[in-house]
Write a new protein. Structure first.
Length: 206
């Protein structure tokens, strides 16, 4: 009798990356205010690693962003405590160091990098279907996960070790992860625009 992969367990460990989805109302708010930053040309590129032409910082965001984002920080902390054996004392008190919006176009990308602060996140506001279609058609032609992926890397690439996680995001997806975790974003060739929001969090010891 053959053994099905579905009957097996794969106990992964390493940096805690939370993947979930935000509400459409939150997406709409981030997009509206982000487009406002774009119209004002609040250029944020000199602070970022990305090879992306249009990246803009939000202004006066604490009053509206923090109440909307707090449940996701709480979820990260609760999931970390309930699912992981750790001596880390999570904090309910935090502040946001920076917040910006990325308008990624054809052939643009983010090289391997990490962030400042304690936690980082990315929220996808707009993901055209052409990117998923391109990925499906081309991902097996090269020895990589394919176009449009977000990739997280931890540790050494040694035998019998999975040291990376790659995923093709959809609209409303959010990823929260340690700010020191190396990650990068692959380019795509489709003539579309993918929009995401990123930020850095500093937690305060309670």
């Amino acid at each position: 009798m053959g053994i099905s992969e579905k009957s097996c367990k794969f106990p992964y460990w390493g940096p805690f990356v939370l993947e979930t989805a935000v509400e459409q109302e939150f997406v709409d708010m981030l997009l509206e205010k982000g487009n406002g930053s774009r119209e004002k040309n609040l250029d944020h590129r000199k602070h970022l690693a990305g090879m992306i032409e249009n990246e803009y910082h939000y202004e006066d965001y604490e009053s509206w962003f923090i109440p909307k984002f707090s449940p996701y920080i709480d979820l990260y902390n609760d999931a970390l405590v309930s699912n992981w054996i750790t001596d880390l004392k999570t904090s309910k008190s935090w502040n946001i160091k920076s917040l910006w919006i990325n308008y990624q176009k054809s052939n643009e990308y983010n090289p391997p990098h990490n962030h400042g602060g304690d936690l980082a996140f990315v929220i996808y506001l707009q993901v055209p279907k052409e990117i998923a279609e391109e990925n499906k058609k081309t991902r097996h032609k090269h020895n990589n996960p394919g176009p449009g992926m977000i990739n997280f890397i931890y540790g050494e690439g040694v035998p019998y070790c999975i040291n990376h996680y790659s995923v093709l995001p959809s609209a409303k997806d959010i990823y929260i992860f340690p700010a020191w975790l190396t990650h990068f974003v692959d380019s795509f060739k489709s003539d579309v625009e993918r929009i995401s929001v990123s930020g850095n969090i500093r937690t305060n010891g309670d």
